[in-house]
Structures are given as structure tokens and as C-alpha cells.
Design a protein around this ligand. Structure first.
Ligand code: NAP
Length: 339
């Protein structure tokens, strides 16, 4: 029998969608992702990007902060407690050309669903150095807003890598905490991809030391202290130099996790799922909704993802009711009180 709604993904968007869908009697199924070495290396284990961070200080409701993994386990437990069924596999394939939709997981089971909520998030891009992996969460981060205010970074020199708006925004943000910020970009100031106003702002900041034409060749540190610096290479001359730094924030873009859709849902040129109506969660496929970072090229915050998850569940509930896709007599919730 087809499910009313399958939610793919298990970050804040997925669990919030599940909580709302469960309370609407939609008996949601969450396919949360597989626990595998491949997913660990790719940063796509279940529970999303928050599960990869340490202290979370900007999620409302936790005045003393909460550990990212704890927050995510709480969300999972809450969704399960509401009646969500959880499948710990990846989705390998979907067929959105048929009704109900077909979703095949990596165990080989094909599930059917009248509606889908895609909440698979985005994975931060990293440079790809072994030394970078070694110091993840011990100096290396891909999220200044999540981690920048941590004690280990305060009044210490930091490195930001990238030449886009994210690098400028994160670098400028980090000057609030750091003694200085080394902005490492592989090309010149004139070639930066960021908007001119962002370039002007960061380069005018007295705490910022631009490192033009430079790449990080190695992250330096030890087990006791974590990261202590980086070795930079000038891409024109090949010369190397060491920069002392307590942290390195990689801001070289995110990749939305949409590969499994194989082009069946429309995306923007960066790969983010396109939402077809302002402030809503509908996608190019009727009955398929998207929430969180997979459909958000701008905010990319846990709290905005959770809010979108809520909206997606309400949109799916209303869609199921209005399109009479539920078998006759099936109860469904009535959380909607909007026209
Ligand atoms: P982006 O615009 O794609 O820029 C990525 C930067 O990382 C580029 O400068 C690129 O260098 C560099 N890079 C990529 N791979 C690298 C590697 N392996 N090693 C070293 N450097 C590497 O990404 P983004 O800055 O995350 O921005 C994404 C989108 O979000 C953009 O549309 C941006 O406008 C938007 N955004 C807007 C705001 C805002 O308006 N407040 C804030 C953040 C993001 P090259 O330049 O050499 O290619």
C-alpha cells in the first residue's frame, strides 16, 4: 500500500516535516540515509550537517547552547515519538513519472507514496586535503555562523578560504571574534566572484589580511592542540609560507544533495531545487515538495530549514486533501486554517 508521504532526508527540515506530518495523521516515513563509510567521507551521514558540528548556540530554545548531534537526536526521537516510521537507508532511485511515486532504497526495497518531501540538504565543499579532514571540528569548519563564536577562535588568527560571497560574508563575520582573518583566494582581488560591495567591505576591514593568488597546501597542527596554522602556496611562483591560525573556514560553495533525483525535479543552475511559488514548498513536480538547504541557496540555517520542513508538511497535507489522493475514508489532519 502506498504511503501518504515519504520524507527523504533527516536534518532539521526532514524531522520537522515528519513531526507535523505525523500529527496530521499522515503516518510519514522518513528515509534518513545510510550509516556508511562512504557517507561519512562525503559528509552525508543521517542527521544532516548539524550532526557534524559541535556546539549550537543559535537554535532558539537552548540558552546555554546544545551539541549539534544531541539536537538532531532529539528531533529524531520527537518525530519517532509522534509516530514516524524511519528507514536507515539511502535513496538510490526515484520514479516521479508514475502515481503513486516510487522510491527505491539501497536495500533494494521500492516504496510507493502519494506525496514526497525532499529534505536531503547540501554538503559543504571542502578542499580535499587529508590534513583538512584530520582537523575537522578541531579548527577546520565550513560554517562560520555555526562555529565562529566558539572559544577556540576568539582573539586568534583565522583563515577563510574562497573568493565568493560566502567567503566575504564569513570572513567579515569572523572579524568580530578573531584577532585577524587571512582571506585566502587563489586568484586576484579583481577576479573575486563575490559582488563588488562584499569585496569592498571585506578588503576595507582592518582585521583582514588578503592572501591573493594563494591556496592552502596543508593544514598544520597536532592531536593535543588541534589546528595551529596553514601552509599556503603562491600559485604563480610556487613559493610556500606558513600562517599561524586557530581555525580555517572553508567557503568554497555547497553542493545540494540531489543526485538521486536524476533530473526529474527542476533545479537552478547551482543545483538547488526550484520552488515554484514564493513562500511555499512546491516543486516542478506536482505532489513533490522540498525543504531545507536542498532548496535554499541563501539562508542555509538549521532554523530556516526547520521552518521550511514545517511548511512542506503543511503543503503536502493540504495537497493530499485537495487532490483526493488519499483512499476514501482515510483520516487526515486539519492543521491548515489558511485559505
Ligand atoms: P561561489 O560563488 O561558488 O564561490 C566559491 C568560491 O570558492 C570561488 O571564489 C571559487 O574560486 C572558490 N573555490 C571553489 N573551489 C575551490 C577550491 N577547490 N579551492 C579554492 N577555492 C575554491 O560560492 P559561495 O560564495 O558559497 O556563493 C554561492 C551563492 O550564494 C552565490 O550565488 C552567492 O552570491 C550567494 N551568496 C550570497 C550571499 C549574500 O548575498 N549575502 C552570501 C553568501 C552566498 P574561483 O573564483 O577561482 O572559481
Amino acid at each position: 500500500m502506498a504511503e501518504k508521504v515519504i520524507i527523504i532526508g533527516s536534518g532539521p527540515a526532514g524531522w520537522t516535516a515528519a513531526i507535523y506530518a505525523a500529527r496530521a495523521n499522515l503516518h510519514p516515513v522518513v528515509i534518513e540515509g545510510a550509516i556508511s563509510e562512504e557517507n561519512r567521507l562525503a559528509g552525508t551521514l543521517p542527521l544532516g550537517q548539524l550532526n557534524l558540528t559541535t556546539e549550537v548556540e543559535n537554535f532558539p530554545g537552548f540558552p546555554k547552547g546544545i551539541l549539534g548531534p544531541e539536537l538532531m537526536m532529539n528531533m529524531r526521537e520527537q518525530a519517532e515519538g509522534c509516530g514516524t516510521r524511519i528507514i536507515t537507508e539511502d535513496v538510490s532511485d526515484v520514479d516521479l513519472s508514475v502515481r503513486p511515486f516510487k522510491v527505491t532504497d539501497t536495500a533494494g526495497t521500492t516504496h510507493e507514496a502519494y506525496s514526497l518531501i525532499i529534505a536531503t540538504g547540501a554538503s559543504a565543499n571542502y578542499i580535499g586535503l587529508d590534513s583538512e579532514s584530520r582537523f575537522k571540528n578541531r579548527g577546520v569548519s565550513a560554517c562560520a555562523v555555526c562555529d565562529g563564536a566558539l572559544p577556540r577562535f576568539r582573539k586568534r588568527p583565522l583563515v577563510v578560504v574562497g573568493g565568493g560571497d560566502s567567503a566575504c560574508e564569513e570572513g567579515t563575520y569572523l572579524t568580530k571574534f578573531a584577532s585577524e582573518v587571512h582571506l585566502v583566494y587563489r586568484k586576484s582581488r579583481a577576479e573575486m566572484r563575490a559582488s563588488p560591495v562584499m569585496v569592498d567591505r571585506i578588503t576595507a576591514n582592518p582585521k583582514v589580511r588578503p592572501e591573493w593568488h594563494s591556496v592552502v597546501e596543508e593544514v598544520l597542527g597536532d592531536d593535543e592542540r588541534g589546528m595551529t596554522g596553514v601552509r599556503l602556496k603562491d600559485v604563480r611562483t610556487g613559493e610556500t609560507r606558513t600562517v599561524e591560525a586557530a581555525g580555517m573556514f572553508v567557503a568554497i560553495g555547497h553542493t545540494p544533495n540531489t543526485k538521486f533525483l536524476k533530473g526529474q525535479v527542476e533545479t537552478d543552475p547551482q543545483g538547488f531545487i526550484k520552488l515554484t511559488e514564493p513562500f511555499r514548498t512546491m516543486t516542478s513536480v506536482d505532489g513533490v515538495f522540498a525543504a531545507g538547504d536542498v532548496a535554499d541557496p541563501i539562508y542555509k540555517q538549521a532554523i530556516t530549514a526547520a521552518g521550511m520542513g514545517c511548511k512542506a508538511a503543511l503543503d503536502a497535507e493540504r495537497w493530499l486533501a485537495h487532490h483526493h489522493k488519499l483512499p476514501a475514508g482515510e483520516p487526515h489532519g486539519s492543521q491548515w486554517n489558511v485559505g
